[in-house]
Write a protein that binds this ligand. Structure first.
Ligand code: ZN
Length: 127
């Protein structure tokens, strides 16, 4: 996974993000497994007297560590994106400093709007 893949993940739909999350979990499970197998293989190689052959196993230990790390990042990205709420946009912005007296109630629907408006923004009723 490269950094350029992250915006793609963030733009993915929920099903894809769930798949990404479980792919990360799978990598986190496989990573240590590869490391443990490589380490045990390495010890076996050392015990049998072939020290140099252990270098190949050691690369697998690192590979397992990388898998664990990538899996962790992938799972976190999948989980965070999945739980992230939509952008906090709760309707049009109303200035909090607006005085209460500058607002009127709509006669038709009861919506509160500024006296500077000539009609209700909710139903269009003229004042
Ligand atoms: Zn109205």
């Amino acid at each position: 996974m490269t950094l350029s893949a992250i915006p793609v993940i963030f733009g993915a739909d929920e099903k894809t993000r769930t798949a990404i999350f479980f792919a990360g979990i799978a990598l986190m499970a496989i990573g240590p497994l590869v490391s443990v197998l490589a380490v045990s293989s390495c010890f076996g190689t050392i015990l049998s007297g072939h020290f140099l052959a252990c270098v190949t196993d050691f690369s697998f230990v690192i590979f397992g560590g990388v898998l664990l790390f990538v899996g962790l990042i992938t799972a976190v990205v999948g989980a965070v994106v999945q739980d992230a709420p939509p952008p906090p946009f709760t309707g049009p912005y109303r200035p909090p400093a607006a005085p209460q007296s500058a607002e009127v109630n709509c006669k038709k629907c009861g919506a509160v709007y500024g006296v500077d408006r000539f009609f209700c923004p909710s139903c269009g009723q003229r004042r």
